[in-house]
Write a protein that binds this ligand. Sequence first.
Ligand code: PRP
Ligand code: URA
Length: 207
Amino acid sequence: MAVVILNHALVSHKMTNIRKKDTNTKDFYQNVNEIAGLMAYEISRDFPLKDVQIETPITKTVQKELACDIVIVPILRAGMGMVEGIRNLIPTAKVGFIGMYRDEETLEPHEYFCKLPETIKTGITLLVDPMLATGGSAVAAVNLLKQKGATNIKYVGLVGAPEGVKTLEDAHPDIDIYLAALDEKLNSKGYIVPGLGDCGDRLFGTK
Ligand code: PRP
Ligand code: URA
């Protein structure tokens, strides 16, 4: 449906923090979560609302509350870096998990885990993964979500390569793609340029 690059001064500033190679694990994780929260704030702007009757200390009144369930689905591992930031804003969101890793040689995605709440069938599913590189992992994750009954999927990533955006758009033209930045290209090893390196390793201090 749409590819949206979220332009926001704080997002740009924090993206620069995580791109710097000397940013340590703690600051990297914190900035990723903060960016995810800022993105969720923008993305949720038009989420459906319903009327509810409540009572303030003064009177009865009809006000608004979210009309549908929200499910956050991180692609493990790196997607986990975005969950806390979104849950801070939407504490009622349920969380599902898709475990997927990219073979370092072939760059093909391999699924190793899937646990999803039933509400993916009726609610809004935010599929979160910081890196949209070849797009293979995102396409496989959306395939799986659709197979399990998800009907309203939004992909939320931090950095996209043009190749990955095109692959995801071509395979799933019905989903919205939200990114904090669209980078130049992929290198010969499938890493995003300029990118930020291996996001999972940087989030969790591995390697
Ligand atoms: C990274 C990233 C995406 C995938 C993107 O995960 O978090 O899931 O690569 O690459 P693609 O668009 O070419 O599929 P990785 O496979 O390194 O696993 P990890 O998060 O466990 O480190
Ligand atoms: N996965 C990452 O973590 N970084 C990239 O640049 C590409 C895929």
